[in-house]
Design a protein around this ligand. Structure first.
Ligand SMILES: *[C@@H]1O[C@H](CO)[C@@H](O)[C@H](O)[C@H]1NC(C)=O
Ligand SMILES: *[C@@H]1O[C@H](CO)[C@@H](O)[C@H](O)[C@H]1NC(C)=O
Ligand SMILES: *[C@@H]1O[C@H](CO)[C@@H](O)[C@H](O)[C@H]1NC(C)=O
Ligand SMILES: *[C@@H]1O[C@H](CO)[C@@H](O)[C@H](O)[C@H]1NC(C)=O
Ligand SMILES: *[C@@H]1O[C@H](CO)[C@@H](O)[C@H](O)[C@H]1NC(C)=O
Length: 567
């Protein structure tokens, strides 16, 4: 087994040796075409408890290319369940001093252990994105953290720490959304409470650049509800380089170079709203090489009716929205196509699985986001297969026993499992109540990882690239090796996945691309070599680390990291 921990490529010597082996053996050539799905085995999946105590609430959670997961909440939550022992400092049992209580941990997937990280300023309801070099750029929060920029450079020796930058944001960003841009290492930060603007990180040095007004955010607030009710807007980078920005019911296509709205999309049908505190979720369905990665379809699911926040404050928890809408944002005249989930859902995370399907997980059936604003946890994830016919897309999966309410999160791991953590509908760590602070960490293992499918599963995936190079450049062809027990299924697909920064049911920067396979050859022993084409440009796939997966007849391999870089 080739371990690619921290490394992206195998060496060229292996490539040569392997090439000569291939010439000697019987070969079968083919490439992926069409569509197919896994049969049998049941889709329910299973749940496993990984940790009883993560120490801190996983309000924010993200996967690094070192195969660790960064989790953090907020310094203003006071004592966590992970006490630090700083030398030369007296720590108060009820104190808020960030050097006395961890509010961030790094979870190591392979060893199933955590180590504490110190956060100096308050990261409450903040946001983040990975830069092209794999460093997490994390911004904003509350109080002394509201204009902060923090970096985390993932390391393999478990010694890396958060680094707080001296440079401040132009505006307070509490409940903002970040997205990595096609320009190298540039991030856009959109919105936040009372921040009807966006800004860039790093800021352009030529001009005295500050924040840019975004009247759309002012306009989409719901006057019926409290102020600040279209927070954590949904942001996706479309295939034309413009930003899709969605708040509550409305959405625009936005040219951030010219600071202009390019298009106003129709309002999503039906009652209710989709952004905090009416928190639903959104996902950009996988982009595909067949159409040059042009078509972009956004799907928005769940949320709350407009009256829900006010009703919840009065102790009445209204049913969440059960509708989803799909919008092809690249169409000339896009229209929302609506459909129903198997049940109502709010604070639902939406993740793209390695199969290209969507998982809807966490959240509740009644109420909305905020402290003690929801009830009736949603214990069953839903699987959504976007290419099935209407009415056959949703399945209800096996339930967990742990409620994942406000301030919970979920992400996809490189082996195909889903890491589920957090939940804290209280200001402080609070136990012995309904829906208490939740520090248990679970893994949900989807059906495709079941033994039933092992004979289809590609394994021992490794990615070739030239020795000494940092990654794969846009449009370049590159090779992958893997093993297949049997002759491949009719369809073998290759997916590249940008893992999200997850918080508040929002999966910022999540993106999946179905890559083109130029040729594929398998020898009699099952060793298989495929030549893939990297995405054509950073507009389609902003530079950085992606998880590459081979999917054989609907069954995915474990994923390996691949880095797409500018020339
Ligand atoms: C896995 O793949 C690597 C390189 O592609 C190869 O050297 C190694 O023998 C393979 N391992 C197994 C167990 O087949
Ligand atoms: C989950 O679902 C499968 C069917 O897909 C079923 O066989 C299994 O028993 C279920 N329950 C658990 C706890 O895994
Ligand atoms: C969690 O705690 C329970 C009860 O003490 C124990 O039985 C279980 O083994 C623990 N699980 C883990 C993963 O530590
Ligand atoms: C930031 O605020 C927190 C209170 O939330 C306080 O404990 C902490 O010391 C402050 N940090 C700095 C660097 O001032
Ligand atoms: C990645 O780039 C950022 C921004 O330029 C920089 O702060 C960081 O140190 C870099 N990380 C590594 C690992 O070089």
């Amino acid at each position: 087994m080739v371990a690619i921990h921290g490394r992206v490529c195998t060496s060229t010597t292996m490539r040569k040796a392997a090439a000569s082996i291939l010439l000697l053996v019987l070969m079968e050539w083919w490439c992926a075409l069409g569509g197919a799905r896994a049969e049998g085995g049941g889709k329910g999946g299973k749940w496993e408890l990984l940790l009883n105590n993560s120490g801190v609430v996983a309000m924010h959670m993200t996967l690094t290319h070192r195969n660790t997961v960064i989790m953090f909440d907020q310094t203003s939550a006071g004592p966590s369940q992970y006490r630090l022992r700083p030398s030369g400092k007296r720590c108060d049992d009820r104190g808020y001093e960030p050097s006395c209580w961890a509010h961030s941990v790094e979870y190591d997937i392979a060893t199933n252990t955590i180590r504490p990280l110190v956060i100096e300023t308050d990261t409450w309801c903040s946001s983040g994105a990975f830069l092209g070099n794999g460093t997490l750029a994390q911004t904003g929060g509350f109080g002394n953290g509201s204009r902060k920029v923090r970096y985390f450079n993932p390391c393999s020796d478990r010694r890396c720490e958060w680094i707080e930058s001296e440079k401040l944001l132009a505006a307070n960003r509490w409940y903002a959304t970040n997205h990595i841009l096609p320009e190298e290492d540039r991030v856009v930060i959109v919105g936040g409470l009372d921040a009807f603007s966006y800004e860039f990180l790093p800021r352009s040095s030529e001009k005295e650049e500050g924040a840019f007004e975004l009247p759309f955010l002012r306009r989409t607030r719901d006057r019926m509800v409290d102020k600040g009710n279209n927070l954590y807007p949904f942001v996706h980078v479309s295939s034309d380089g413009n930003l899709f920005i969605f708040a509550n019911r409305d959405s625009i296509l936005f040219d951030y170079h010219r600071h202009q709205v390019v298009k106003n999309f129709p309002r999503i049908p039906g009652d209710g709203a989709r952004n905090y505190p009416s928190t639903g979720s959104s996902v950009m369905l996988p982009l595909e090489h067949e159409d040059g990665f042009r078509k972009v379809e956004v799907m928005v699911c769940g949320g709350a009716v407009a009256r829900a926040p006010r009703a919840a404050k009065g102790g009445q928890f209204l049913d969440a929205l059960s509708s989803c809408g799909r919008l092809v944002i690249t169409d000339e005249n896009p229209e929302w196509a609506m459909e129903e989930m198997p049940g109502p859902r709010v604070m639902n995370d939406m993740l793209i699985l390695p199969t290209g399907h969507i998982l809807i997980i966490n959240g509740a059936k009644q109420g909305c986001a905020g402290w003690q604003m929801a009830t009736t946890a949603s214990y069953n994830p839903y699987l959504y297969e976007p290419k099935e016919s209407l009415g056959n897309r949703f399945s209800v999966l096996n339930s967990t026993g742990i409620a994942r309410m406000y301030h919970s999160s979920a992400i996809v791991l490189p082996d195909g499992r889903i890491l589920v953590a957090g939940s804290n509908p209280y200001r402080l760590y609070t136990f012995g109540v309904a829906y208490p602070t939740e520090l248990r960490v679970e893994a949900f293992t989807p059906y495709y990882m079941g033994r039933f499918f092992d004979d289809k599963r590609p394994w021992n995936l490794s990615i070739q690239c030239d020795h000494g190079s940092d990654g794969i450049t846009y449009g370049e062809e590159f090779g992958v090796w893997f093993e297949l027990e049997r002759k491949p299924a009719d369809v073998v697909e290759f997916y590249a996945y940008a893992p999200p920064f997850a918080t508040h049911s929002l999966s910022m920067n999540q993106r999946m691309l179905k890559l083109e396979c130029r040729s594929m050859v398998r020898d009699v022993s099952g060793r298989t070599h495929a030549v893939l084409k990297a995405p054509p440009s950073p507009v389609v796939a902003p530079s950085g680390y992606y998880l590459l997966t081979v999917v054989n007849g609907g069954i995915p391999s474990k994923s390996e990291w691949v880095r797409f870089i500018h020339e």
